[in-house]
Structures are given as C-alpha cells and as structure tokens.
Design a binder for this molecule. Structure first.
Ligand code: AQP
Length: 358
C-alpha cells in the first residue's frame, strides 16, 4: 500500500544491440502499464556512458531505443518518453543519493562485479555508482512502480533502501517543512511521514530473464561478443530464423512438464521465450510440445518470433527515417518530465538544508 500517487518509471540504456531480452523483460511490459497509471519511460543515456560509448553512435542509439518504445506501442500522448541527460534533476539527485547510500551496499551489487569483471580498478566510478543514479531516476518522480527484468531486482532493493534511509535521516525536517506524505504503515523502520515512496518492483512472470541462445546459463545481453547469442530488434525474419535454428539445445525431446526443464537451461530458455511471446506460460507450451523434438519446436518458435517482432522492426525502421520526429517527441517528453522532477528537487534541496540564494 502506498499513499503516493501511483507512477510507473522505467528505462533502457542506449548502448546498441537492443534485443529480445530487453523487449520481453522490459519494453513489452511498459505498453499495458501506460493505460493503468501515469507512466514515464526514459532512455537512460547517463547510464550508458558508465561504459565507453562512441559519441557518434550514442545519439543514434538513443533514437533507436525511442523508436523501439514507439514501435512497441508506447504512446507519447499517454506516457512521457524522454532521454535522461535532458533533465538535470537526475544527476543532481544521484549526487545526493551518493551521500546517502553506503559503500557496503554498493559493494554487494552483483551487476557491478559482472560488468567490471576482473579489471575492477579500471572500471569507471560511474559504473560503481550506477544504482544510485537508478534510484534517482525513479525517485525524482516519486515513482511507485518499476517494471524491469529480473536482473535489476537487486538495484531496486537498493532504491528502496536509499528511500528508506532518506526518509529516516530527514524525518524531522520532512515533517517540519510539511512536504511528506502520511505513511499508511508507520513502523519502527519507517517514520510517520515519507518524502520518497518505497518503490514496488514489477518483475516479469514467465521468462523474467531471457538467456543467451548460445549458453542457457548466461543472460542475453547487448554486450555479448557473439551476435548469435541474441535476437536483435533490428534483425530481419531470415536472421531471426537462422539464430533460432542455431540456438544451442540438448539432444532430448522436450519434457512434458516444467519440472523436466529444471536441469536443461537451453530448453528452459526457448520454452520461456515461446511462452512470453505467446502470452501464455511454460506449462501450456509443454502441453503442446512435450515429447517433441527441437527440430519441430524451433520452426514453431521461429514463426512466432517473426510474427511478433517483424512489425516492430519494420515500424522502427520507418520511424528512424524521420529523426526530427523522434527528437520532437523526446523534447516534449523532457519538458513534461522536468515539470514533475523540478518541484521534487526543490523540496529535496530544502530538506537537505542547501541555502537558496537565488
Ligand atoms: N536478458 C534479459 N532478460 C530479461 N530482461 C532483460 N533486460 C536486459 N536484459 C534482459 C531488461 O531490459 C531493461 C533495460 O536494460 P538495459 O539496457 O538498461 O541494461 P542491461 O540490463 O544492462 O541490458 P543488457 O542487454 O544486459 O546490456 P549490457 O550487455 O550492456 O549489460 C531492464 O529492465 C533489464 O532488466
């Protein structure tokens, strides 16, 4: 339960190679939410530069994510779409959160460990602080609901911890200034008035984490050096079919129930992808395909993936031919986003005690 106005916030990084995992785990789930609550969908370019981005490609990748949002059905008349760098409140709040979050909290983040790899000393400070910027993205709008893939769960828990510590550290000040929202469930852990909501993660059900087509134990990822590991949202029908045909599998036929997928990561992944694209669940897929060979299942999966993805790919291509239209949508979105974030940050500055001399 929350006393805050419900608001959805989520984002995708413009780091190129937008893939099926981004679509199933994030973008496709944004679409129905825009009809349920006020929603903000961001292209998180500040996050993107935590790893090196070619400046000449970053703007194009930003338009590409925007085109994917629009082509998937996000309507700029219903939801706010903008790129993060255009609303300065994200960076400002992230700095304040850097001073709220503890080193120990960030040291536990598995994504940093995975992305920094063995060369931790050479990773950017921004990559380490990535989760505090993500908390700022959400809380600059007092976002209450965040649809993300399963890989982002830990970052959302950190967002909740940051909101909770801010609410506690400044509880007297929040009450004194009258800027809080009554807490519907006051407890020892949370004060009677909150400034930031304790955000709810909305994690996808079936196939919350889409895995690589080459290795069912690794997440499908933009940065995987093998293009065969992922289905890109720019792949055409032939390429989608080829990648599914070449997807790693085992020699057994598909099992009759979900239990039988437990020790078979590649089979589990492909069945999960089918279920997610079909809007059903793994058990239903196995009812139809249990006992059948991959040589029968893969063409069916291929047809389904092509049917679902090709209209999106084609619409993205069409949109990208008019960059001016995309930029106009982002500009309008940035203005609307600023209107929400500016008053929040004005209060945050007062809460923290910054002297306002202007
Ligand atoms: N494999 C995945 N399965 C389900 N959801 C996924 N997401 C990403 N990969 C999968 C979800 O997509 C949203 C946007 O992700 P992002 O681009 O901001 O960051 P990411 O998670 O770092 O994406 P990648 O593809 O893994 O990029 P690289 O290779 O650069 O690390 C998020 O909601 C995420 O959960």
């Amino acid at each position: 339960m929350t006393a805050f106005q419900p608001r959805v916030f989520s984002g995708v990084q413009p780091t190129g190679n937008l893939h099926l995992g981004n679509y199933i785990g994030a973008i496709s789930r944004f679409v129905p939410l825009q009809d349920e609550m006020p929603s903000i969908f961001c292209v998180v370019d500040l996050h993107a530069i935590t790893a090196w981005q070619n400046p000449k490609e970053l703007s194009q990748a930003t338009r590409e994510v925007t085109a994917a949002y629009l082509a998937s059905g996000i309507d700029p008349k219903k939801a706010i779409i903008f790129n993060q760098s255009q609303v300065k409140e994200h960076a400002e709040l992230a700095w304040i959160f850097n001073c709220i979050a503890r080193m120990g909290w960030l040291n536990r983040m598995t994504q940093f460990k995975e992305k920094a790899g063995k060369n931790k000393e050479n990773a950017s400070v921004g990559l380490f602080a990535y989760p505090t910027l993500m908390a700022a993205d959400i809380l600059a709008y007092r976002g209450t609901h965040v649809p993300v893939g399963d890989d982002q769960k830990q970052h959302l828990e950190l967002t909740r911890d940051i909101a909770q510590k801010f609410n506690n550290d400044f509880s007297d000040r929040i009450q004194e200034l009258g800027v809080g929202v009554p807490n519907p469930t006051p407890s020892n852990e949370l004060p009677p008035e909150l400034f930031f909501p304790i955000t709810e993660p909305l994690i996808a059900g079936e196939a919350a984490r889409i895995m690589s087509l080459r290795d069912g134990t690794k997440k499908m990822s933009k940065s995987d050096p093998s293009d065969l590991s992922r289905i890109n949202l720019t792949d055409d029908a032939d390429m989608i079919a080829k990648k599914i045909r070449k997807a790693k599998t085992d020699p057994e036929p598909l099992p009759g129930d979900v239990e039988g997928l437990k020790t078979r990561p590649e089979a589990d992944n492909l069945v999960g992808i089918y279920a997610a694209l079909d809007g059903s669940n793994k058990q239903t897929v196995l009812k139809d395909f249990g006992g059948r060979q991959f040589s029968e299942f893969k063409p069916a999966l291929s047809d389904l993936a092509v049917a679902k993805l090709t209209p999106i790919t084609e619409e993205m291509r069409r949109l990208l031919e008019s960059p001016g239209e995309i930029d106009a949508i982002l500009k309008d979105g940035a203005e609307k986003a600023s209107e929400i974030a500016e008053p929040v940050l004005r209060d945050v500055r007062k809460i923290v005690g910054f002297l306002d001399v202007r």
